[in-house]
Write a protein that binds this ligand. Structure first.
Ligand code: ATP
Ligand code: BTN
Length: 324
């Protein structure tokens, strides 16, 4: 990312034009630096309108992340918050901190990720100013072998927040996605630290698309959506969304640590976008297994009714696709 791009963009607004000279003066940089940085913003998924004689204006209103806006509410739940402008990946960063003894309930939020990650080496792309990318470190009393339902609990909690905001079509897709009308809105990446037996630590990563970006869509090989397609602009404040999501996760994760996935199972199935649909499961070996989705078991494993009977799949192994 060009130096000072974020600082420059934070000086702009959607409502008014700001001249390059004014921005340059405020940041003690040259007008040419402002001009060059703004030219590059689009490559990061953010459009800036430039009008000769008037200056620059953001094409969409952006709610820049601000620690003072989201941290107080989260501190009250015992969550320690860090906001960083640019990281490779909030999961990678927090994983490193976990090895250095970072405490339970640490939250890392990035305004921009250079190397966001999905499951199994896949990439998570995020538009600058238009997405939420954060990770929460949680130290569980239960061993890692009992955390198989964790990504389902997280996806369900986030979906509940979105439904409460009015996005009633939001649903979960096993094991880690949030969809609206089959298009992907958000993803969850859980990474575990430590051994399978004792108390365990999870890095819970969440990426949510808030504003759309054509540049981003063009790079993603599946149907995607963002909150701006479904909610009014006054509900797209990323600080408020982050506060609501992490507050919800805090309560759900405490409950999950005590009781496991079983108490969440019925509610999760009620939110499952593919429940009872004909689907196929892709295994790591390239096999495709068709069947009707029966739901999940008390540990969060997928249950598929096939011609050979009900089969059970664990999330590390397979991907789920719509259609038989
Ligand atoms: P699975 O069913 O195995 O979870 P998946 O394709 O959803 O399959 P993930 O690892 O969950 O795979 O997510 C990574 C994928 O998500 C990428 O390969 C890409 O297709 C898609 N993707 C990347 N960035 C975004 C984004 N901002 N919004 C929506 N989808 C994205
Ligand atoms: C997926 O759908 O595969 C999961 C995507 C998870 C993306 C989030 S963004 C914050 C955190 N940091 C990462 O590198 N990935 C997760």
């Amino acid at each position: 990312m060009p130096p000072q791009l974020l600082d420059i963009l934070r000086q702009l607004s959607h409502d008014d034009f700001h001249s390059g000279e004014e921005v340059a003066r405020r940041l003690h940089i040259s007008r040419a630096s402002v001009h060059n940085a703004v030219q590059e913003a689009e490559a990061f998924g953010l459009r800036v309108q430039a009008v000769r004689g008037r200056g620059y204006r953001l094409a969409q209103p952006i709610s820049w992340l601000n620690l003072d806006a989201f941290a107080p509410r989260l501190n009250d739940c015992g969550v320690r918050c860090q906001l960083v402008d640019v990281l490779d990946s909030t999961n990678s960063h927090l994983m490193q901190l976990a090895h250095e003894g970072e405490p339970h309930k640490s939250l890392v939020v990035a305004e921009w990720q250079a190397k966001g990650r999905g499951r199994r080496g896949r990439t998570w792309l995020a538009g600058l100013g238009g997405s939420l990318t954060f990770s929460l470190l949680w130290r569980f009393n239960r061993p890692a072998s009992e955390l198989s339902g964790l990504s389902l609990v997280v996806g369900m909690g986030l979906t509940r927040v979105l439904r409460d905001l009015g996005l009633v079509a939001a649903g979960v897709k096993w094991p880690n996605d949030i969809l609206v009308e089959d298009a992907k809105l958000a993803g969850v990446l859980i990474e575990l630290v430590g051994d399978m037996l004792g108390p365990s630590t999870a890095i819970i990563g969440v990426g949510v698309n808030v504003l759309g970006s054509d540049a981003l869509r063009g790079q993603i090989d599946q149907a995607v959506t963002d909150l701006s397609e479904h909610l009014p602009v006054n509900q797209l404040d990323r600080n408020a969304l982050l506060g609501a999501m992490v507050t919800r996760l805090n309560g759900d994760l405490e409950r999950f640590d005590g009781a496991g996935f079983a108490p969440f199972r019925a509610e999760w199935e009620a939110l499952h976008a593919y429940q009872k649909r004909h689907v196929h499961v892709l295994t790591g070996l390239g096999e495709q297994i068709g069947g009707q989705l029966a739901g999940v078991d008390d540990g969060g494993a997928l249950l598929l009714d096939t011609e050979q009977g009900t089969r059970r799949f664990h999330s590390g192994e397979v991907s789920l696709r719509s259609g038989s």
